[in-house]
Design a protein around this ligand. Structure first.
Ligand code: XMP
Length: 531
């Protein structure tokens, strides 16, 4: 496996993604781990990330000595290149201004890392690479034993290598997609240079993960909050595979789920997988607490709080009534790798709260339970592949994300049962039509072509005409976005024919809604959800 040392760049996770895409397992750890940690990790290669720090002069930001003592290949990226240069006896020159953006680097001489990897070649036969650069400081003197690997007019040492030792460094970022051949370069490094096999596949992972869960849990009991979302579903399926009936899933139905979702979750887990699932029907409790509340943040807080209350009560019942005497000892959660890295990073800047996300942090301590998080090492696409390998239906595993507070944030203002029922039906029509509408050019349907799509209930009435009569009914907005990270998003250019069909069906089939609009706002400045 490969060790990625994180110096605090915004894109370190992308390095891990690319390495995993090369079918090589890797983990990200902070740059200041101990030498013992690195020796125990026994990496086949090490990658040093970039950093938010604008200068190499921060002496805290260095790679541990073990990196250089292990005798394995090392790749330095951006800041990683600076620290490699400085630690091995080269020089970096500080500069006040920083340059970002596209650049073309020219390969210099032959190196194992870059040979044959190029976007085009110059007349003299030099390989040219289109890359994403972000540099201010520059390496001005290479350490002894290094040779020049790449250059640009503004950055004469844009890449360097000590091939004997397997040390490579690039000033640009191969992990971002703007660097066209970045994936090839990283694959070359981990597979050809470091000799990693490229056999990281989900099938094998199941056995390993199952063994690990069994060892961790022993004969103790586990409880898990099932939400119907991808992560908790895959976690449940995996833990069930490992410990069977020692797992009890608690499915809290807050009455703000999509149409037939409750039945679907029960059918899948209780019906097909034969897992123990407690279905808590708490609709009345949630809607009761939400009555009269219109403020979005307050609604989220209420839903989050009630969720914890219900879950705690169920867990207490399970603990008390357990026939194995010891009761539940573990709380399982579908935490995935991006959650871990985001919350664990000491270097991430504190973001302002735009929306307080539903989370159950602190729950394990309150319940006196140990935390079991079997998906902690996986990215979303890996979690999905794992779900399919575990036998979950692809439809479920490839669903769009659904927020914890559910329809609670898709009904503007006060949440009422009547609104939720209308919204559920309208939303089901929208999703059904998206799935059924194929795009000729790509062969994919529009559910696959969008990252998230849903319907929003607007508690305003407008006038319409139906048959001979006048109607005075509610409005819904359709929302469909395309995004790779949900931090920014564009509204999807859905075909007019599709919009027309959806609108026609909703207005005809859902009595109580007589107007459909389409949301054409990007994020930012709008957000994906309306509340
Ligand atoms: P926004 O609306 O902030 O949403 O652009 C970005 C993504 O986050 C999801 N979202 C949530 N997910 N609990 C969740 O689990 C929440 O409270 C929550 N709020 C927003 C949203 O659906 C979108 O995918």
């Amino acid at each position: 496996k490969v060790l990625i040392l994180d110096f605090g760049s915004q894109v370190t996770q992308l390095i891990a993604r690319r390495v995993r895409e090369a079918a090589v397992f890797c983990e990200i750890h902070p740059n200041d781990v101990s030498d013992e940690f690195i020796r125990e990790f026994a990496p086949k290669a090490i990658i040093l990330s970039g950093s938010h720090a604008s200068t190499y002069e921060d002496h805290e930001l260095r790679a541990p000595q073990a990196v250089w003592d292990l005798g394995v290949p090392v790749l330095g990226i951006c800041y990683g290149m600076f620290t490699m240069a400085v630690q091995l006896g080269g020089k970096v020159e500080a500069s006040d201004h920083r340059e970002f953006g596209y650049a073309e680097v020219r390969a210099h001489g032959h190196t194992r890392l870059l040979d044959g990897i190029q976007d085009h070649a110059t007349l003299e036969g030099h390989g040219m690479l289109k890359v994403w650069m972000s540099h201010g400081d520059k390496v001005t003197v290479m350490p002894p034993g290094f040779k020049l690997m790449a250059e640009t007019p503004s950055c004469p040492i844009a890449g360097m290598a000590n091939e004997e030792k397997g040390y490579y460094a690039v000033q640009f970022h191969p992990e971002v997609t703007h660097t066209v051949k970045g994936q090839e370069l990283l694959t070359r490094f981990v597979r050809d240079i470091a000799g990693c096999k490229g056999d990281w596949i989900m099938g094998d992972y199941i056995e390993e993960a199952v063994a690990k869960i069994r060892e961790q849990v022993g004969d103790e009991e586990v409880i898990l909050g099932l939400s119907g979302g991808v992560d908790s579903s895959v976690a449940a399926a995996l833990i069930h595979r490992a410990v069977g009936d020692q797992l009890t899933c608690v499915f809290v139905d807050h009455g703000l789920l999509r149409l037939n979702e409750g039945a679907m979750v029960m059918e899948m887990f209780a019906g097909k997988l034969h897992a123990k699932v407690v279905h808590v029907q708490a609709e009345a409790q949630f809607l009761g607490h939400l009555a009269g509340v219109t403020d979005p943040e307050q609604k989220r807080k209420i839903i989050g709080r009630e969720f914890v209350e219900v879950f705690k009560a169920e867990a207490a019942k399970l603990k008390a009534g357990n026939d194995k005497l010891q009761g539940a000892k573990w709380l399982a959660q579908g935490t995935i790798y991006p959650d871990v890295v985001e919350s664990g990073g000491t270097k991430t800047k504190k973001a302002i709260t735009i929306k307080s996300h539903h989370n159950v942090g602190g729950l394990p301590e309150q319940l006196g339970l140990k935390l079991l998080e079997p998906l902690r090492e996986l990215f979303k696409d890996e979690v999905r592949a794992l779900g399919v390998a575990l036998g979950l239906p692809a439809d479920m595993v490839y669903r769009h994300p659904f927020p914890g507070p559910g329809l609670g944030v898709r009904i503007l203002g006060e949440v009422k049962q009547q609104y939720a029922d209308l919204l559920r039906r309208a939303d089901a029509i929208f999703i059904e039509e998206l799935r059924g509408w194929k795009d000729e050019a790509t062969g994919k349907n529009w559910y696959e072509l969008t990252s998230q799509a849903f319907t929003v209930f607007l508690p305003v009435k407008s006038v319409g005409v139906m048959g001979d009569g006048r109607t005075y009914d509610y409005v819904v907005a359709l929302r469909a976005v395309q995004t790779s990270d949900f931090m920014t998003a564009d509204w999807a250019e859905l075909p007019y024919g599709l919009l027309k069909k959806v609108s026609g069906r909703i207005i005809n089939e859902v009595r109580g809604i007589n107007r459909v609009t389409y949301d054409v706002s990007s994020k930012p400045p709008a957000t994906i959800e309306w509340e």
